[in-house]
Design a protein around this ligand. Structure first.
Ligand code: 3H9
Length: 645
């Protein structure tokens, strides 16, 4: 069946695109639209054209799977020009998302209308490229330079209702898109047509605009190249004639399309779509999740409860006594109040989030919960006691999950009746913000429970990665190797600050030592001490030396660095140099780039061991864990991608 079909309603033609799953602009679709312009231009009965899409969305952009291959005609910029130059006005009727090339096609149309639920945007920079079919040239002509800069350099889509106020869309409807778009087209024919986007003037911004935005974009990009190149294109669009700006954009697009960053970002794009859908669960229906319980209202428990509330799921919060319950409620309230202060939630939404939380010390309140997530202290006896209570308080089919980050979930579930409904769900702090969710089935976990874990991730907007059972699962196991390898460099004589600087230059927000100072050195120390007490042979780390000297990180005024009171900037510490002097045996020097390559290589080596042991299913899953849980720069593709290229 053709991906483009034409129907007629009197003088209005309806061009329908049907190219599942997301109507991406494959060569066949570009050709189909190209031919449709010719057919309709030649049809004397037709006076206007409505372009609409079948399926879940309007055209979601260029076909990313074609990016590794030579471009094929008709090229998208030519198609957009052809639609704009058509003898009859085209009206793009948008539902779902009009993204990238999809929105560029819409901007070639004389009008854009959409459902109020739709969104539009130019996400190309998130794929390491710039819009390549006039996004940087037509957008500022429709919405002004400043709006175009925000839209293109952030890559973030906007809702149709907002796009209307920006001048990107001409009308927004609540119901029947096709009928409304046809009525809009008929009405438009009774009036003078507005000029096409390419013919609209651009008002150049004030002096200083480009320098200011360059600084801001560079800061937000954290090493990614595309946002800055997109800014160059927008500047060209504001300062040069249309055709010259188009040629500049096209050349920039083609340069970046073959870049390492674009290849890495495409890898992440497809990894993010593969991880949530394990093939063997394709036909397994998840359990319904209408209500949830969270045990423990500390930082982690409150974050998990907030994530559940953000997804609209009512939550019962359980704590061991009234005092702990009070603390849990105030932790949760602080999350929503903070979101309201930052403008992420309205006051009413924040109040609604809290209204959906009931808090109690009585496990009987969980008698009808579909899901309960335990987030109490990392102590096997405490956790087992919680599950013993859950076993009697909850429905026999309720899904029960532990948020342990280090303990073996199998030991926690040991005495649980119906262990097929038990699973590990490892959230990352802050749990309502961080996108990673490690899903850890025990051997008894049923496929239905596992499928429900993945469905929960989808509901919470998280990236799920399945992990087998090992100490630290995927993420914390690699973290341990990373930290140990960084300590080994310090022992060889490389300065702590040089290692942190090298990892920042690589693209991390923080180096391994600064990050430990922020989070606190004592948690990992206590784990090592626990293992030592249990008779395991855990060698003394440099971190242990610091914690024993009272240096637990920023909270104690010092860890790997010193901190002046009220100042979070790390200062190299002579006290640390003295404490570690006996452990530093070498005087090695290493370039920053070599330090980063070495440490990323260590992460990837641990990742390879994790793969070989079957703990992770795919190398790309490991990359997602590092990117979404540990701040690995997205544009580097993750450690497995970076090392194996
Ligand atoms: C661009 O347009 C460049 C132009 O400026 C210039 C050109 C000259 N191509 O996300 P989902 C697949 S750059 C190919 O789970 P949802 C995806 O892999 C592009 N395939 O759906 C998955 O396949 P599978 C700018 C694509 O409903 C399936 O579709 N556009 C593409 O949750 C479902 O995907 C973007 O960056 C694609 N462009 O979300 C938009 N997009 O089922 C990227 C998706 O085999 N797409 N697939 O695993 C999205 O943001 C989301 O897909 C969307 C729907 C919001 C549209």
């Amino acid at each position: 069946m053709s991906v483009v079909t034409i129907a007629r309603q009197g003088e209005i033609a309806i061009v329908t695109v049907d190219n599942p799953p997301v109507n991406a602009l494959s060569q066949a679709l570009r050709q189909g639209l190209w031919d449709a312009v010719g057919t309709l231009d030649a049809d004397p009965q037709v006076r206007a054209v409505v372009l609409i899409c079948a399926g879940r969305t309007f055209i979601a952009g260029a076909d990313v799977t074609e990016f590794g291959k030579p471009p094929q005609e008709p090229h998208l910029p030519d198609l957009v020009d052809r639609i704009e130059g058509a003898a009859k006005p085209w009206v793009a009727a948008i539902h779902g998302s009009a993204l990238g090339g999809g929105f560029e096609v819409a901007m070639g149309c004389r009008f854009r209308v959409g459902l109020d639920s739709a969104s539009v945007g130019l996400p190309e920079v998130s794929l390491g490229i710039v819009p390549g079919a006039s996004g940087t040239v037509r957008t500022p002509r429709l919405a002004g330079v400043e709006t175009a800069v925000d839209l293109v350099t952030s890559g973030k889509p906007v809702k149709a209702t907002k796009a209307l106020t920006m001048g990107l869309i001409d009308a927004v409807f609540a119901g029947d898109l096709q009928a409304n778009a046809v009525a809009f087209a008929r009405d438009a024919l009774t009036r003078d047509l507005p000029p096409p986007a390419s013919a609209r003037p651009i008002t150049p911004p004030d002096a200083g605009f480009w320098d200011d935005h360059r600084k801001a974009v560079a800061k937000a990009a954290k090493g990614a190249e595309a946002p800055l190149r997109a800014l160059d294109c927008l500047r060209k669009a504001a300062e040069a004639p249309f055709a010259e700006a188009m040629a500049f954009e096209r050349q920039t697009f083609l340069d970046l399309r073959g870049s390492d960053q674009a290849a890495a970002l495409r890898h992440v794009f497809f990894a993010e779509r593969a991880a949530p859908r394990p093939a063997h669960l394709k036909d397994v229906d998840p359990l319904p999740l209408r209500s949830a319980g969270v045990i423990g209202g500390g930082t982690m428990g409150a974050g998990i409860a907030a994530a559940l509330r953000d997804a609209g799921i009512p939550v019962t919060l359980i704590e061991r006594d009234d005092q702990a319950l009070e603390r849990g409620i105030s932790n949760l309230r602080a999350i929503f109040d903070g979101a309201a202060k930052r403008g992420k939630l309205t006051e009413a939404q924040a109040a609604d989030r809290m209204a959906g939380v009931s808090a109690t010390t009585d496990y009987a309140a969980l008698s009808d919960a579909d899901l309960v997530i335990e987030a109490v202290f990392e102590d096997i006896a405490v956790k087992c006691a919680v599950f013993a209570q859950l076993a009697t308080a909850c429905r026999a089919d309720a899904m029960l999950a532990t948020n342990t980050s280090y303990l073996n979930p199998r030991l926690i579930a040991d005495d649980l009746p119906n262990p097929h409904r038990f699973i590990g769900l490892h959230f990352f702090s802050p749990a309502n913000v961080m996108r990673l969710l490690e899903i850890v089935p025990v051997p008894e976990t049923s496929d239905r429970t596992l499928a429900t874990g993945f469905a929960l991730a989808r509901m919470l907007g998280k990236i799920p990665v399945q992990s087998g059972i090992c100490e630290g699962f995927i993420g914390n196991r690699i973290l341990k190797r990373y930290r140990a390898s960084a300590e080994a460099l310090v022992r060889q004589g490389i300065a702590i600050a040089e290692i942190d600087a090298a990892m920042r230059a690589y693209g991390f927000a923080m180096g391994p030592f600064e990050a430990q100072d922020l989070g606190g050195l004592d948690i990992a120390f206590l784990q090592r001490e626990g293992a030592r007490a249990a008779g395991q042979d855990v060698p003394e780390t440099l971190g242990d030396i610091l914690v024993r000297a009272g240096r637990k990180g920023q909270k104690t005024g010092g860890g790997w660095y010193d901190y002046a009171f009220g100042d979070r900037r790390p200062q190299p510490s002579s006290a640390v140099a003295d404490l570690l002097a006996g452990a530093i045996t070498g005087a090695t020097s290493m370039e920053g780039d070599a330090i980063a390559r070495h440490l990323v290589g260590e992460m990837a080596a641990e990742g390879q061991a994790i793969l070989d042991e079957g703990i992770a299913a795919r190398a790309s899953d490991i990359d997602l864990v590092e990117i979404h849980g540990y701040g690995f720069p997205r544009w580097r593709g993750g450690p497995m991608w970076a090392v194996n290229r």
